[in-house]
Design a protein around this ligand. Sequence first.
Ligand code: SF4
Length: 282
Amino acid sequence: MRTIFLCAINNVLSGSCPEDCKFCTQSARYRARIERYNFKDPETVLAEARRARSQGALGYCLVTAGRGLDDVKTEYIARTAQRLTEEIPDLRLIACNGTATVEQLRYLKVHGIQSYNHNLETSQRYYPQICTTHSWEERYATCEAVKSAGLSLCSGGIFGMGERPEDRLDLLESLAELHPDSVPLNFYLPNPALPIPERTIGHSEALEIVRTAARRMPRLSILMVAAGREALFSGREKELFDAGANAIVLGNYLTTEGEAPDRDRRRLEELGYTVAESCHAS
Ligand code: SF4
């Protein structure tokens, strides 16, 4: 019986980012109609993490909007991680806070963060078309810093933002060079406020990306299908797992709703999968 990993996301600081990533509703430039707030109260994060764990999430990702870590964010994530580690020791904590130095990442590790998510997003060639305020190279350097800090690297990208097929392959190639432990594959979620008008990828191309990623990175611990799964694969999740994915996001994304967790759990059971209870499950 195959085991599927479930990861949940908590957007602990939302919106009002000065960067111009064209896929992101949290960029203040596009005035998307989303909820914007400063740091969530750690007790609220703890209650939400408890709920996610009870629903089957093994990974729990603390996400902040913005280009990267500063002292205030680093301290907030460290303190929140410490509290979650004390209260829910079987939750695997991931941080996703943008550009980071080795020292900041080491500090997070000491306080309970086990993995850091920083996506390359797209190919090096296409990246200037989707973001002009920071570079792909800066993103790559942060991924390398994650490894230097001794954290598990989670890095992936977004497909369907107008890139060409060769950009998709180049992104997977760059990810393979980084030897991440987990790779989240996202499929662009259009929003009327964003400059990218529509998702430029369909179901069969998306499935081929999952297959190619699994083939190119056979030693990955986690190949996750994240945003866009509901739009492209609702009711067809088995195809993703047959193609090599072994993880999905449980519940909502950063600013959009996902499937109901109960519905996903039921679906996995119907398909004969078990939900991972440890990161070493096969
Ligand atoms: S830096 Fe992060 S939060 Fe800011 S616009 Fe880009 S993806 Fe969104």
